[in-house]
Design a protein around this ligand. Structure first.
Ligand SMILES: [Zn+2]
Length: 74
């Protein structure tokens, strides 16, 4: 009587997912939704990192240019 099937909402698609040991993708409904959520996380991190450079000049590029444009002595 006290065995109520617990369900959670998939964070990606909002679908009702049974929370059980058989569901290896919980709290997601499937592997795809899990990967989508993971990808969204990585994309967000990258977007925030890109916004950190408002002038749009990558530091790596500037450094490479200074080193490759010839000897600084003359
Ligand atoms: Zn889902």
């Amino acid at each position: 009587m006290n065995r109520r099937p617990r369900t959670v909402s998939c964070p990606t698609c909002g679908r009702s997912v049974p929370w059980s040991a058989e569901n290896r993708w919980r709290p997601f409904c499937s592997e795809r939704c899990r990967l989508i959520d993971l990808g969204a996380w990585l994309d967000g991190g990258r977007a925030i990192a890109g916004e950190a450079a408002p002038d749009g000049t990558p530091m790596e590029d500037a450094a490479a240019d200074a080193e490759g444009s010839g000897p600084p002595g003359h």
